[in-house]
Design a protein around this ligand. Structure first.
Ligand SMILES: NC(=O)c1ccc[n+]([C@@H]2O[C@H](COP(=O)([O-])OP(=O)(O)OC[C@H]3O[C@@H](n4cnc5c(N)ncnc54)[C@H](OP(=O)(O)O)[C@@H]3O)[C@@H](O)[C@H]2O)c1
Length: 272
């Protein structure tokens, strides 16, 4: 799957050709960078793994002549968030994809609270700071802009056995759906992308053994296609299928059903 010429033309006309993507060294962020890069956008990419990020930027240039600037850093760290803001300030960024994030799962009582607060800093605090900064930067130069927030299918109800991860994504979803309406008059389009399970570095880091999952290539283009058109996208058929199946179920029952699914994803943890 690739972005069509028509979509490329629409996005460049509306937002210009600079795109910033956080968490571009693997998974969904890497796929989005490949798609934007192949289509001729210029990129600012982030991730903690500096050598991998540099290698990816070189690959994008070699394969597609894409100008890709690496800004490595740990976005759970306030100083690195400020460094990203500083180092990208001179560029006319029209599309910002706040994708970097990770999950945790398992028995809440046994959770490593330092890890949970670190996840909160990355999944929520950095997203808040960067959304606020880039929305203001776009407004200041009167540039039409788009901000994509990486939500999740787990954002729409509580999820036992991944309670805090789901809560971070509920925060992102709520922030995004409100800002989609509030920032529209300022010319800023906000999109919440809420994928179901995707094969990436996510599952291992989160301690989840997911059953069937989408490939990043199945979610990248649907997310890009939705920019400027909608405020929410459920990318990939599996995501739509899961959301549809739960659509008529009351919230209290959804929590139980999805909790059972997550108990299955995390049952290997009991053997540790
Ligand atoms: N996979 C799924 O099933 C799924 C479903 C719904 C939503 N999501 C969301 O989609 C987003 C991308 O996840 P993914 O599936 O693509 O996982 P992934 O393959 O693990 O990618 C995560 C990306 O975020 C970066 N990252 C992680 N911690 C970081 C930190 N502290 N500072 C800066 N960058 C950091 C990683 O780069 P470095 O390791 O180089 O730092 C990597 O590029 C996440 O927000 C996730 O919650 C995933």
């Amino acid at each position: 799957m690739q972005i069509s010429a028509k979509t490329t033309e629409r996005l460049q006309r509306q937002y210009g050709d600079w795109v910033l993507i956080t968490g571009a060294t693997s998974g969904i962020g890497r796929e989005l960078a490949l798609q934007f890069g192949r289509a001729g956008f210029k990129l600012i990419l982030t991730g903690r793994r500096a050598p991998l990020l540099q290698e990816f930027c070189t690959q994008l240039f070699d394969e597609y002549q894409t100008e890709a600037i690496p800004i490595p850093g740990d976005l759970s760290n306030a100083a690195d968030v400020q460094a990203l803001i500083r180092e990208s300030a001179h560029l006319p960024i029209g599309i910002v994809v706040l994708n970097a994030g990770y999950g945790t799962s398992g028995n809440f009582l046994k959770a490593d609270i330092a890890r949970e607060t670190n996840m909160l800093d990355l999944n929520c605090k950095a997203v808040l700071q960067l959304t606020h900064h880039f929305a203001n930067q776009m407004k200041a130069v009167n540039q039409k802009g788009a901000i994509v927030l990486m939500s999740s299918i787990v954002a729409f109800q509580g999820v036992p056995h991944a309670a805090h991860y789901a809560a971070t994504k509920a925060y992102v979803q709520s922030l995004g759906e409100a800002l989609a309406l509030e920032l529209k008059p300022a010319g800023i389009d906000v999109l919440c992308a809420a994928p179901g399970p995707v094969e990436s570095g996510f599952g291992q880091r989160a301690g989840m053994q997911m059953g069937s999952a989408l490939k990043p290539e199945q979610v990248g283009v649907p997310i890009i296609n939705a920019i400027g058109r909608r405020s929410k996208v459920l990318p990939g058929l599996l995501t739509k299928f899961l959301a549809f199946n739960l659509s008529t179920v009351p919230r209290w029952a959804k929590i139980r059903i999805i909790g059972k699914v997550m108990a299955g994803f995390t049952k290997h943890q009991a053997k540790r």
